[in-house]
Design a protein around this ligand. Structure first.
Ligand code: SAH
Length: 238
């Protein structure tokens, strides 16, 4: 498959200017020229077909043709909250979570997570989310947000109807994953795992503990596995 010609732009009007990173991608990587067709995304779910009307130094002028409706966004809203991981493993989670259909991703620091965090990392993860979103033809770029504490991450999911906390020291899930409807919030820990107090805090915020089986999975495997199972149960992976 050739690379999808999809670009995120802020506001979409009849004429749109592509500049910055999106221009470089269109011009240098995809070598788009006058007359070529592409798809514009407003990042909030709307998709438009457009045509390149002019290529100038550092920018491309586009003429918008029509709005298209995307049927690729999941019907189920799933928020994934995961512990900050060392190296670039959080990027892997973000990329896979976007492909699997997460609506929003939160990364948090917790008692046993030792990953260093700064603004650049959050920015980088948002770029990864945008790229993954284009690649899998989604119309929305799920935002990635950083929470300095687990509690702030848990609170950000207050409105979710199903709250699941992947707990590595639980013998058995406290709840069934099947036959559920409504929105979800999923919490997965970092390499260091969770403490008993963190599990209690999550329960106080309405989360139920779930086990992912008898083996201890790596954090990135656990996040991808739990999201996949929930998406499957909601009919999104069929
Ligand atoms: N260092 C911990 C393991 C952490 S695994 C230890 O040695 O016990 C990282 C995260 O993945 C966990 O916090 C949990 O959210 C999830 N996880 C991994 N295996 C799991 C399992 N079998 N059941 C539920 N959650 C699991």
């Amino acid at each position: 498959m050739s690379a999808p010609k999809r670009f995120f732009v802020g506001k979409i009007e009849r004429e749109v200017v592509l500049s910055g990173d999106e221009f470089r991608h269109a011009h240098t990587v995809l070598r788009l020229k006058e007359g070529d067709e592409l798809t514009l995304l407003d990042g909030c779910g709307a998709e438009y077909s457009a045509i390149v009307s002019k290529v100038e130094k550092g920018r491309m002028l586009l003429h918008v043709l029509e709005q298209k409706t995307s049927d690729r966004e999941p019907k189920t809203q799933v928020i994934l909250l995961c512990g900050a991981l060392k190296g670039d493993k959080t990027e892997l989670i973000v990329q896979k979570a976007v492909e699997l259909g997460a609506a929003r991703i939160g990364v948090f620091s917790s008692k046993y997570s030792s990953a260093f965090w700064n603004e650049n990392k959050t920015e980088r993860l948002n770029r990864v989310a945008r790229e993954a979103s284009k690649q899998c033809l989604r119309a929305l770029a799920p935002p990635v947000e950083y929470f300095p504490t687990l509690e702030e991450a848990l609170k950000s999911a207050d409105g979710a109807q199903n709250k699941l906390f992947a707990c590595e020291f639980l013998e058995k899930s406290e709840t069934e994953l099947s036959s559920r409807s409504g929105s979800f919030a999923l919490v997965v820990g970092s390499e260091g795992g969770f403490s008993e107090e963190e599990f209690s805090l999550a329960k106080a915020h309405g989360f139920s503990g779930v086990s992912l089986g008898k083996r201890i999975l790596r954090a990135e495997t656990a996040a991808i596995a739990l999201l996949s199972v929930v998406m499957y149960e909601c009919g999104e992976l069929r």
